[in-house]
Design a protein around this ligand. Structure first.
Ligand SMILES: [Zn+2]
Ligand SMILES: [Zn+2]
Length: 1011
């Protein structure tokens, strides 16, 4: 006996129950034991930032990882299941600052760095617990408890080792340059941080036209345009394009002629003639401005697309300005400090933020007559990806790793990687080609301490390990709780060049160093001896039992066979890993990557906490169930944004209900008939004879093969599509055509359906592990107690000829239905004849087709009773025919065409293929016609009394069935029946058979009772 199924599954309860089973039976542990020593497949998990609980977009990536690991496990592969947490950097710090109500670096330092570090760790600990809980609920099988945490001392030491090597190769340097700067966080950001989503946002800024009066030409001025008023006090020059034409307006203003083509100009000159002119700066009354001699300078990059064609240059407030200033030897004014506030020497501006200063600057410009015009400008502007503050540009000294020396190697390494989808690999190439040097320093606290100790003698000491630090420490090593600020800042070392004491720089490292080192730090690269729990060091102590493996282990598991993350990781984790790997061992750290695009809400909008369209993972588990979420993720083509939500989830539930009902059908009738499966048939395949049974077996094998290909290609889209089609075949063809056989306890039908359900569920089990294991436990007794311990279903090559045949039959039936619907004839109305043309494969199934369509006779031959209308398929033909299209269209409309073989048509000297035209066959009087490519059916719609009577009989049978249901009869109960329609007594036998009646008699009204 199988367990009976409720009409609708309670997915939340079902999934929690399965989780309990897995826990109790140690299913995952047993799977790993079973596969230990088998072929290996290496997966490396990209660390998830431990500052939150599980979100639905994180669940997407986790699902994909789990799906392919589960598949590989079914195939017997030995795998690593180490989960990773990203634990340092701004994202953690900003969260803690908010929690504590701190809003500047000064406040953090007043709060105390030791306590701040502990609070950051607390966030990580709590979040790691939450993420683990959520991921388990999602069904992700990982080696929970042996996770890697990037803030462990071990991870940090590995990065130190990398940085030392980078220094030895001469790739490390301090760059003095203008960088994007977050004034709130008080640090510069790197190029790749700016590529993260959400950085560029719409922002409105003041749009100012400002005149700079020329000193030697009374009454004349150059006019510039700017959207950053705060940079005007730092103005040092005005740039013009030497080869562009500039004009002098009547009022004495010089602007580029092409920017104002309708203006009248008194004089016109080439830009080069303006070069060298001196002008009065807008804020010469403030100290720094007065010290500068302002001049018009030449610059080929001056834009003639916007502004005035004269560009305000503030070398201390913009990257291009800085570079131009460097090449021309211009002075550099840096007006604001780390917090983005004006320095003391800016007089009345001092202490104001760049935003606060804007209004006052505009006001002053108006007073002093510098302002020509002001307005508002909407543009996309970069914001801090962590705290959302608009960025500014600031000159700072940062640590960089030079890229040029390894650029070619990076490109060559990327060429060995198989990217899915392919275009993402091209994106990586683009990034590698254009990527600037890597800014690795951040002026923050909770991060990898950069092990740089620059000495006043000029020597840069770089420490490569904790051991080396211990050897060279002058003091404070014993108080070093973790390799982290503030403790590490209390450990000066002696300079290896001059022996003097040296202190560490205060900067911490870019978080992408933390994540990029993972393929080395977690796999034990270069580690001579395996250390149990050796990864649980520093801040990670007590949080994980992860070992630090030895070098042979690294050799086995590196590079990863497969990694998967969102597309934006191309410039982040995929990049930092690739970079570090190429530097350390000269090759790519992964062989294949699956990338995927972004998640949006179901209406295509971005998801935001503040917009109320964010879906909480817990909510999704409860209301959709993890299987449905996973289905949604897996159905998504990775090259397009996923529109995630309860609407699509509802659709999926509806589809899964078809599956559930099919299982329910089998269970119900098998229990009634006492049928039991022979589980050995899962290996042998069921020996069945009927065409329909053989077809479903073949169809199952076909589906398993498609699933296999999809998993091997690490792309689930086709798997889901194919499973949906399979379900339709199974329930809307096989079960519907076979129903009476189940009533009659036909063992072959049971075997076939059971086999198809179980095998197909095994193939989709990685996608919906809960439902699959639940059903497995019910339908398969006496084999492994989990579908995941049962291995991948090995199936025979499907019978392709048979599959093609039934596909064709279903197509003919579908056309027959269309024809019926077109003529407004319900299926209950029997018809006399159907003619089928162009479908040789369906000939052997005439009886089935007739039965499905309630047609007495099905004939194969030409459909003559029709007239033909052919229209151009514009989407295809437009590009092909171009200007000839209208003529062809007219010829088709006027019927001037010739029907050729193979669905082609000759028109006006052109031959059009079947996919280039839309064919409509119109039935002549008394006939309904439908066409699909080469297949056409014509349905005789004429009715006689006999046909009408039969329709009445069918109506009656339907009525009786409803009555049976309403009377609460079981499907097997026999009845005695009275019918009021004497004429229909002629059909008593058929009525009795279909309604399980033991007697059919004439009565005054329709009535039945249990026999
Ligand atoms: Zn910030
Ligand atoms: Zn020195």
């Amino acid at each position: 006996m199988f367990d009976p199924l409720p009409p609708v599954p309670d997915s939340n309860a079902l999934e929690l129950e399965v989780l309990e089973h897995w826990e109790r039976d140690r299913t995952f542990d047993r799977l790993r034991e079973q596969n230990r020593g088998g072929r290996w497949w290496s997966f490396i998990d990209g660390p998830v930032t431990a500052n939150k609980s599980l979100a639905v977009h994180t669940a997407w990536g986790r699902t994909l990882k789990d799906v392919f690991q589960r598949y590989k496990a079914l195939r017997g592969f030995d795998q690593r299941y180490q989960n990773g947490f990203d634990c340092q950097g701004l994202w953690i710090e900003v969260g803690v600052e908010r929690q504590l109500g701190l809003n500047s670096k000064r406040e953090i330092e007043e709060f105390g760095l030791e306590e701040f570090a502990r609070r950051c760790r607390e966030v990580v600990v709590k979040s790691a617990e939450e993420l683990t809980r959520g991921s388990k609920r999602l069904g992700q099988w990982m080696d929970w408890g042996n996770d890697y945490f990037t803030f462990s001392d071990t991870n940090i030491e590995y990065i130190w080792r990398f940085l030392k090597l980078v220094h030895e190769r001469g790739m490390l340097y301090v760059g003095h340059r203008s960088t994007e700067w977050c004034p709130r966080c008080g640090t510069s950001l790197s190029q790749h941080e700016l590529t993260q989503s959400g950085v560029y946002q719409e922002k409105s800024d003041p749009s100012l036209f400002v005149r700079f009066p020329l000193l030697d030409h009374d009454g004349e001025s150059v006019v510039v345009w700017t959207t950053t008023p705060w940079t005007l006090p730092a103005n040092v020059a005005a740039a013009v394009r030497p080869d562009a034409e500039y004009g002098l307006r009547e009022n004495g203003e010089w602007v580029a002629v092409s920017r104002f083509p309708d203006d009248r100009f008194e004089r016109r000159v080439r830009g080069e003639e303006l070069v060298g002119l001196r002008y009065r700066g807008p804020f010469d009354d403030l100290g720094p401005g007065a010290s500068v001699e302002h001049r018009v300078v030449p610059w080929d990059e001056v834009s003639l697309e916007e502004g005035t064609g004269v560009v305000h240059i503030a070398t201390g407030c913009g990257t291009e300005d800085f570079e131009l200033g460097r090449s021309l030897g211009l002075p550099v004014l840096t007006p604001v400090d780390e917090a983005g506030r004006f320095y003391d020497d800016y007089g009345w501006l001092h202490g104001l933020s760049t935003v606060e200063a804007a209004d006052q600057i505009v006001g002053r410009l108006a007073e002093t007559g510098f302002l020509v015009d002001s307005g508002v400008y909407e543009h996309r502007y970069p914001h801090c990806w962590r705290c959302d503050t608009p960025l500014i540009w600031r000159i700072s000294d940062d640590w960089f790793i030079g890229v040029d020396g390894v650029r070619d190697q990076l490109l060559a390494a990327n060429a060995t990687v198989e990217w899915v989808p392919e275009y993402m690999g091209k994106r990586m190439d683009d990034w590698l080609r254009n990527m600037g040097d890597w800014n690795i320093s951040r002026r923050r606290y909770y991060g990898l301490p950069l092990p740089f100790y620059p000495c006043s003698c000029g020597h840069l000491n770089v420490i490569g390990s904790r051991e080396e630090l211990r050897e060279r420490a002058l003091e404070g090593f014993e108080q070093l709780e973790e390799l982290r600020r503030p403790w590490i800042d209390r450990v000066p070392i002696s300079c290896e060049q001059c022996g003097e004491p040296v202190e560490r720089v205060v900067e911490v490292g870019d978080v992408w160093l933390d994540a990029g080192i993972v393929p080395f730090s977690t796999l034990g690269w270069g580690n001579p001896e395996w250390q149990e729990h050796g990864y649980a060091t520093g801040a990670a102590r007590g949080l994980t039992g992860a070992d630090l493996p030895d070098h042979p282990y690294w050799e086995r598991w590196f590079p990863a066979d497969w990694v998967s993350e969102m597309r934006e990781q191309i410039r982040l984790w995929f990049y930092s890993q690739l970079f570090m790997s190429v530097v350390l061992v000269g090759r790519a750290p992964f062989k294949r990557v699956l990338g995927y695009e972004k998640m949006r809400d179901e209406h295509g909008h971005e998801m935001h906490g503040s917009w109320g369209n964010m879906i909480d993972a817990e909510d999704a588990f409860e209301r959709m169930g993890a299987d449905v979420m996973r289905w949604q993720y897996c159905a998504q083509p990775p090259d397009r944004d996923l529109l995630f939500g309860f609407g699509p989830a509802h659709e999926i539930k509806r589809k899964l209900l078809t599956l559930w009902n099919s299982i329910g059908f089998l269970v119900q009738y098998a229990n009634i008939g006492g049928w039991e499966p022979d589980v050995g048939e899962l290996d042998r395949g069921p020996a069945v004879e009927a065409v329909l049974d053989r077809w479903l077996v073949a169809r199952t094998h076909e589906f398993v093969r498609i699933a296999e290909e999809a998993y091997e290609a690490t792309l689930t889209v086709e798997l889901i599509r194919s499973f949906e089609a399979f379900l339709d075949d199974l329930s809307n063809w096989y079960i519907r055509r076979s129903r009476p056989r189940f009533w009659r306890d036909d063992a072959q039908a049971f075997r076939t359906l059971w086999y198809a359900l179980v095998q197909s569920l095994r193939a989709v089990a990685p996608v919906m592990p809960f439902l699959a294991d639940h059903v497995w436990a019910n339908l398969v007794r006496g084999r492994e107690d989990s579908v995941f311990l049962a291995g991948w279903p090995e199936v025979a090559e499907p019978d392709h000829a048979l599959l093609a045949e039934i596909t064709e039959v279903r197509r003919v039936v579908e056309l027959g239905r269309q024809a019926r619907a077109g003529a407004g004839l319900k299926l209950r109305q029997p018809l006399s004849q159907l003619i089928v043309a162009g479908s040789p494969l369906a000939v052997a199934h005439a009886a089935e087709i007739g039965d499905e369509l309630r047609v007495k006779e099905v004939a194969f031959g030409d459909v003559e009773a029709s007239e033909l209308r052919v229209k151009p398929n514009l989407r295809v033909l437009g590009p092909k025919l171009g200007p000839a299209l209208p003529q062809v269209r007219t010829a088709l409309a006027e019927g001037r065409f010739e029907e050729l073989d193979g669905g082609r048509f000759g028109v006006d000297g052109h031959v059009l293929g079947p996919e280039e035209v839309l064919v409509e066959r119109i039935g002549k009087e008394g006939w309904a016609v439908a066409t699909d490519g080469l297949v056409t059916v014509a349905l005789d719609t004429r009715l006689d009394d006999e046909l009408r009577l039969e329709a009445r009989c069918n109506d009656l049978i339907r009525e009786i069935q409803n009555l049976r249901k309403e009377s609460g009869l079981a499907v097997t109960d026999r009845i005695r029946l009275w019918i009021p329609d004497e004429e229909l007594l002629r059909f008593a036998d058929r009525i009795a058979e279909e309604t399980l009646a033991v007697s059919v008699e004439l009565g005054s009204e329709l009535r039945l009772e249990r026999a």
